[in-house]
Design a protein. Structure first.
Length: 166
């Protein structure tokens, strides 16, 4: 493609982002149906805490003013998946909390058990992420699993980034 490529009148980037977020919904929906994670699968889900329709306790919103990563592994309950998002119960420092997260707020979904990950463009207005603590939602230690990183070694991390002309 050249620099003379016209702007698309079809919002391909939005369509692809929506389709990839549907992958997250389908995976979580299957977990909701079975009531458990199969094998060693577990998920790291990162989302914008101030995105529209995100509902988390105020103490978590204060601690994570921009973005938060939760872990769905052993200690979660009441997973409910809808067309536009999901809700789940987690504990943070032994304190239970209910989180409602729309799929549009998710910026990353990773299953380190199989080296699979999706990264999304934030649907929220371009906000630079602020530094924050790890979520520490009472997940077991990762043990000797390799760290989750963006990889250029052919792993299953999918990043979709459509540049727009300004």
């Amino acid at each position: 493609m050249s620099d003379d490529t016209p702007d698309s009148l079809i919002p391909y980037d939005e369509i692809v982002q929506e389709a990839l977020r549907a992958v997250v919904g389908r995976v979580l929906g299957e977990i909701e149906t079975t009531g458990e994670l199969p094998g060693n699968h577990h998920f790291y889900i990162t989302f914008k805490t101030h995105a529209p329709d995100v509902s988390i306790p105020s103490h978590l919103r204060e601690r994570f003013p921009d973005e938060m990563t939760i872990v769905l592994q052993n200690k979660f309950w009441d997973l409910k998946v809808g067309e536009d998002g999901f809700s789940v119960g987690l504990s943070f420092n032994q304190v239970p909390a209910k989180l409602d997260i729309p799929f549009s707020a998710i910026t990353a979904f990773v299953d380190p058990a199989v080296d699979f990950g999706l990264q999304f463009q934030a649907s929220v207005a371009d906000m630079a992420p602020e530094a924050h603590d790890d979520a520490e939602n009472d997940a077991p230690e990762r043990g000797d699993l390799p760290p989750v990183t963006d990889s250029e070694d052919g792993s299953n991390v999918v990043t979709v980034d459509f540049g727009r002309k300004k």
